[in-house]
Design a protein around this ligand. Structure first.
Ligand code: DX5
Ligand code: ZN
Length: 222
């Protein structure tokens, strides 16, 4: 199953509720939240309070991508706010075993994220106990950046690692994904597609979500 996870980072926050409803009607599977603290990444976004509001009105799983320092301290609050999936970066979470166990212990799916500049070998060990792995295809911090082409090779390699270590893990890919590169990424082995500007910059958000979801479903059948 190929899952579509629109990232609200590129939404118009004035019309956030309306735009989340549009992606839900268009067939989104998960809602992706980019949580940034201005320390780990050079941008500041939002915290658990936003997930809490959306959780009250949206039945889809909420996916919190934490780009923050001291993630362990904030994880319980994100779970309480309604996060169903939580991922943390390998680059600033050295006790990754403890952090992933903390997430799982609170009943959420636990993911490990890897930046474009980090060698894939670094996450090998975490694949034994993570529920999902998030491969960044841009440097984290902003929506609307250009897809880093090397990511396709990295995705292929990660697919092989996952298949041999723990085939139950889902591979999520995030950054610069558009309607025209999803097919390469399906072929290279991704399961979950995070898309921000490739959905929210369109006039008709619902229709754009539907187009991409339809494409993912068709590619899955091949
Ligand atoms: C970047 C975020 C992404 C971003 C994706 O730090 O992790 O989720 O919002 O946005 P697009 O699809 O515009 O690259
Ligand atoms: Zn993200």
């Amino acid at each position: 199953m190929k899952l579509l996870a629109p990232s609200i980072l590129s939404a118009d926050f004035w019309r956030l509720g309306e735009q989340v409803e549009a992606v839900v009607r268009g067939g989104a599977d998960i809602i992706h939240f980019d949580v940034m603290d201005g320390h780990f990444v050079p941008n500041i976004t939002f915290g658990p309070v936003l997930l809490e509001s959306i959780k009250r009105h949206c039945h889809l799983p909420l996916d919190a991508h934490l780009m923050i320092e001291n993630a362990d301290k904030y994880i319980p609050e994100f779970v309480k706010a309604g996060a169903d999936w939580i991922s943390v970066h390998i680059e600033n979470n050295p006790h990754i075993h403890r952090t992933l166990q903390l997430i799982k212990g609170l009943g959420a799916k636990a993911g490990v994220v890897i930046n474009p500049g980090t060698s894939l070998h670094v996450i090998e060990e975490a694949l034994y106990y993570a529920d999902f792995v998030l491969l960044m295809s841009v440097n984290p911090g902003f929506g609307g950046q250009k897809f880093i082409e090397r990511s396709v090779d990295r995705l292929r390699k990660l697919r092989q690692m996952v298949n041999s270590i723990n085939p139950n893990i889902l591979i999520e890919i995030d950054g610069g994904i558009k309607e025209d590169n999803v097919s390469d990424l399906v072929r290279a082995g991704a399961d979950v597609f995070v898309i921000g500007s490739g959905i929210f910059s369109y006039e008709d958000i619902e229709e754009q979500t539907r187009r991409i979801k339809k494409k993912l479903t068709a590619l899955e059948a091949v």
